[in-house]
Design a protein around this ligand. Structure first.
Ligand code: SF4
Length: 1011
């Protein structure tokens, strides 16, 4: 049953708190931009075909959001795929999918731009189009429908999704997003017909408009390939866009403060592209050449981003961060600046092999529980095939070093199903893990536990890689190899084997190398219920089986070995590689031959870390003439300039290890500091913001599910250190703040609010102190958690700030905090606490709620009816109700906690209005006890007073209502005694006179609005 609307004028207001994580759909984050709709020429909806929590971590999305909103001619809003529960609600209610910022349906925008990160999100694109009110197929769209465009890594092999898209931007999206949006809207204003507008868009270059190209069946493979353009003057093949990154500095702000994103930190892209040339990795091929951002610009961006975001962790990201030429001095420079701000630094994908002992010492100092590396293959031959430049000796040396420093765990990532793989290679995966464990056991010493986890996924051959012609293992073969792994691991007790569900990988393989006829399969599967196919618990295999059968499509065709000479369904997309390059690399792979990294000095794997060495080294840089035509002289010069700008002049300059030590002098001084390299940044985002959709998510490796839904992805070469925050114990100065939670923040989980508050304080320049211990946390205590959707006008938090503030400064701080908070988080007052002042959790003895109902929901004389119910409730000896927590039911006697219940008067109705509740309302005004032993929820009070029995035995269903916590208070007499005089939690004089009782707050397990 619907609740009273919590967000005024939002189309989902009446049922938002009935879906999982409602704040995913509410918007209002800090840094979200709501521009005047009428003030711009083009309105773009950036659409991400996965849930908010995943989409919010994608850097390309952030780049385009800022770029389009900074331009006075354009605006950008966001929309993420609705989770299945929300989709069901929208369908049931006939409501459209709307943007987060202005709650407009997708069909109301000029441009809808999808981010194509992963083939298994295609069904969600159809969901979003359908719910957004846009015809599914491009051919069905009318003159007034938005242009539906897409970009991202999978836009480079788009045929299975092409019929649903009007256009795809190939390559970097920074320039094209604005150009496409403005061209489209200008031509529309001029009355140019849709098809001619599409032709004009195609002529912009780096834009593929599928409807303007003819396809034909290739006789060799049976694939439908793109044959020729149907109109003059459009590109064939379509070349990708390539931008100078330094003309587009990475954004220093983006929306934050909603539900927790999968990578909850400030990630800054420091380079695009990669030098390593792993043959399974599409990102390493399609984002060539490696382009590094000016390190001075990176440092400035980091500092501004920290200030604006309030985040306490920054991550420098690239496909292979360790291979960015100036990474060591850059880390040093960044950490010098961050140390003063007590911000942790994460560096994704540092090289795992040949790890310097000093670096491991640093890692160990932060008390990691384990380290993660990605050798990818189990034998040297296989590592040579995939061009993974690492030897087993390096891996074993690393294992020795890891375990000799006291770590008990190490995780290794591998793939099965790689070209030329034999059973020996498969067994080699486990045996490599076992040898690492053996080396580790020796190094760890007798009796020390050693555990090596071997995590094995299935290789998916990807277009535009040397393995694009290779066969993918069938499900039966994957199952056989997984069994072989299980058989092999049996004697090795120190090795833990993890294999991954392969059905999704096979589907990914089909759609990766698929052609246009697969669009029919996709639509059929979607119509039959396919959603979130990359989520193991959502993938419905039977639906896909039926769709393939119905369309008469044989999946095996897409999974076998392809002739190197064949025309392929993605041949019309030119990612910059010369025709023969991939084939040469494929042949080398089949001959077990390595191609050492390009763009580095021949014979080296690590860049010089100082100008002196870099200048002195006149050896040539490796190049394989892949086709992107790097200017090696310019590359060398740019690197010298970067080292110069970072002040990395002399050979004695610190390496990465020293930089990290410098970043964290406190960490060096204390073993308490805690940051787990296992929790260190995985390699988010190194891809560009393709098209208006934005990409730059985690560069999922070939054969892998997006890292967001699997175990934390390793870096290209393993875990990375973070500069640890100084433990501060109980230092600093104590304050109590009173605040309100209304609007979208009332839909935010308690833990999200807990996460957000330290960031608010950092944004306004008032950082908190942290607890001591292995995992230092901001030192704060909140009043009891509220249930989702319960509004509060009286919340409290006790916390410690680094600064001593006089009353005027504290008042100014309170005033500034609201502006730095998500919409609906409003700070009202603050007080400085003395060392002896009892904490808020010891003082809270009760709460007062307004429980509002629509008059129509009560019926008749609503006030009289509620008054009668109140008196019956107060006369009852007990008011039992069934409560379920994590499927465990127990009976709770609400009467034990109910102190007062009456019909709310004008004061309550005015509080409801202040809480944002409108309409013809009638309210209960209730007071309940909050005790250390327990408390009751406002919904339980609403149920026992105004509800009807229903559902399970003992359950009572309240009428649709909305609760507002009006007041939290202490009592001058023990809890449970209504006679005790109430006092405000900011009345410190009074609070000091109360002998602090043992912890009064309700147990956390209740997680309720009263406890
Ligand atoms: S042109 Fe040469 S250096 Fe540049 S990416 Fe290609 S192979 Fe590497």
């Amino acid at each position: 049953m619907d609740s009273l609307p919590l967000l005024a004028d939002h189309p989902y207001a009446s049922f938002l708190d009935q879906v999982e994580k409602p704040a995913r759909y509410a918007g209002g984050e800090v840094g979200s931009v709501v521009k005047d709709w009428a003030s711009v020429e083009a309105r773009v909806c950036l659409a991400f075909p996965d849930v908010y929590d995943i989409g919010m971590s994608h850097l390309g999305f952030k780049i385009l959001y800022k770029l389009l909103n900074d331009d006075p001619r354009t605006l950008a809003e966001r929309c993420y795929a609705p989770w299945v529960d929300m989709e069901a609600e929208l369908v049931k209610r006939g409501l459209p999918l709307v943007s987060l910022e202005s709650a407009r349906p997708l069909r109301g925008f000029d441009v809808v731009g999808f981010s194509l990160q992963f083939e298994l999100t295609y069904s969600n694109i159809l969901t979003m189009l359908h719910l957004g009110g846009i015809p599914l197929r491009a051919a069905e769209r009318g003159e007034d429908d938005p242009i539906v465009i897409a970009g991202g890594p999978t836009a480079t092999h788009p045929e299975p999704i092409a019929p649903f898209l009007d256009a795809l931007v190939i390559g970097d999206g920074e320039e094209k997003a604005t150009e496409v949006a403005l061209t489209w809207t200008r031509l529309k204003r001029e009355g140019v017909p849709r098809r001619e507008r599409l032709v004009a868009i195609a002529r912009l270059g780096a834009v593929y408009v599928p409807s303007l190209y003819a396809t034909r069946r290739d006789p060799d493979t049976g694939f439908e390939v793109v044959d020729r353009p149907l109109v003059d003057g459009i590109p064939f093949p379509v070349e990708r866009a390539l931008v100078d990154l330094n003309r587009y500095p990475f954004p220093d702000e983006s929306p934050a403060g909603g539900p927790e994103a999968i990578f909850d930190r400030m990630s800054i892209e420091i380079a695009r592209g990669c030098t390593e040339g792993c043959r399974f990795c599409q990102a390493g091929m399609i984002y060539r050449p490696v382009r590094e951002r000016d390190p001075e610009q990176v440092v400035d961006t980091v500092m501004r981003a920290v200030k604006k975001s309030g985040q306490d962790e920054v991550s420098l990201t690239a496909l292979s961060t360790a291979d960015v030429s100036c990474i060591s001095p850059l880390i040093k420079k960044v950490t010098e600046r961050l140390t003063a701000e007590r911000i942790s630094l994460g560096v994704s994908s540092l090289r795992a092999y040949g790890l310097e002992p000093d670096l491991l010492d640093e890692l160990k100092r932060v008390r990691a529980t384990g380290l993660t590396f990605a050798p990818e293959a189990g034998t040297q031959r296989m590592r040579d095939v995939v061009n993974k430049n690492v030897t087993e000796e390096q891996l074993l040396e690393t294992a020795e070093r890891v375990f000799s420093r006291g770590w008990g765990k190490m995780k290794l990532y591998f793939m099965i199903g790689l070209p030329t793989e034999t059973d020996e290679d498969v067994r080699g995966i486990v045996e490599t893990g076992a040898r690492a464990a053996g080396a580790g056991r020796k190094a760890a010493g007798r009796g020390k536990p050693v555990d090596v986890t071997v995590s094995v996924s299935t290789h998916v051959p990807k277009p535009h890689t040397p393995f694009q012609w290779a066969a993918m293992d069938t499900l039966a073969e994957v199952a056989r190899k997984q069994q072989l792994l299980r058989d092999t691991v049996r004697p090795y007790r120190a090795v833990t084997l993890k294999t991954h569900e392969a059905h999704a990988s096979v589907l990914e393989g089909v759609f990766a190398r698929g052609d246009r006829p697969l669009a029919d399969v996709l639509e059929r599967a979607w119509r039959s219920g396919a959603r979130f196919d990359s989520w193991d618990d959502q993938l419905e295999l039977s639906v896909w089986e039926e769709a393939f059968a119905h369309a008469g499509v044989d999946r095996a065709k897409y999974l076998g070995t392809l002739p190197v000479t064949a025309r392929l369904p993605w041949d019309h997309i030119d990612v910059g590689l010369e025709e023969g390059f991939l084939a040469r690399e494929y042949r080398k792979a089949l001959q077990n031959r390595l191609s050492p990294p390009c763009g580095k000095v021949a014979g080296t794997f690590v860049h010089h870390t100082n100008l002196e060495d870099a200048r002195a080294d006149a050896r040539r840089l490796v190049c394989y003439d892949c086709g992107v035509a790097c200017d090696m002289t310019q590359m060398r010069e740019e690197r010298l300039t970067f080292l110069d700008r970072l002040g990395a002049h002399k050979r004695s300059l610190p390496l990465i290890t020293d930089a990290i030590a410098a970043a964290s002098p406190e960490a060096a001084a204390s073993p308490e500091a805690a940051a787990s390299p296992e929790a260190a940044a995985p390699p988010e985002a190194a891809a560009p913001p393709e098209a208006a959709a934005g990409a730059a998510g985690e560069p999922a490796r070939a054969g892998e599910e997006a890292p967001s839904r699997r175990e934390e992805a390793p870096g290209a070469a393993g875990g990375a250190p973070r500069a640890a925050r100084a433990p501060q114990g109980r230092g600093g100065f104590r304050y109590r703040f009173r605040f309100e939670k209304t609007g979208p923040v009332a839909l935010l989980g308690h833990l999200d609010v807990v996460r957000e508050l330290p960031r608010v304080l950092r944004r306004v320049g008032a950082p908190m102190t942290y607890t001591a211990g292995f995992h230092p946390k901001p030192d704060m205590t909140f009043s009891p958690a509220l249930s989702l959707g319960v509004i509060s006008l009286d919340e409290y938090v006790d916390l410690r700030l680094e600064r001593d503030l006089d009353p005027a400064a504290l008042g100014a701080l309170v005033a500034s905090m609201t502006a730095a908070s998500p919409r609906g988080l409003v700070f009202r007052a603050g007080a400085k606490l003395g060392p002896e002042d009892p904490s808020v959790s010891k003082l809270i003895a009760g709460a007062r709620y307004a429980i509002a109902f629509a008059r129509s929901a009560i019926g008749g004389d609503a006030e009289a009816a509620l008054a009668a119910r109140c008196s019956a409730a107060l006369s009852a000896a007990s008011l039992p109700i069934r409560r379920e927590i994590e499927r465990l039911a127990k009976m709770v006697d609400v009467r034990q906690y109910l102190v007062r219940a009456e019909v709310g008067g004008p004061e309550v109705l005015s509080a409801l209005a202040r809480a944002g509740l409108a309409g013809d309302l009638v309210a209960l005004d209730v007071e309940v006890d909050i005790r250390g032993s327990g408390a009751v929820k406002s919904s339980e009070v609403a149920a026992v007073i105004a509800g009807e029995p229903g559902g399970a035995p003992g359950a009572i269903v309240p009428p649709p209502h909305r609760a507002v916590r009006l007041e939290l208070f202490g009592r001058a007499a023990p809890a449970g005694s209504a006679a005790g005089e109430r006092f405000s939690l900011l009345d410190l004089e009074r609070a000091r006179r109360v002998k602090a009782a043992p912890e009064r707050a309700a147990p956390a397990s209740l997680a309720a609005d009263a406890g």
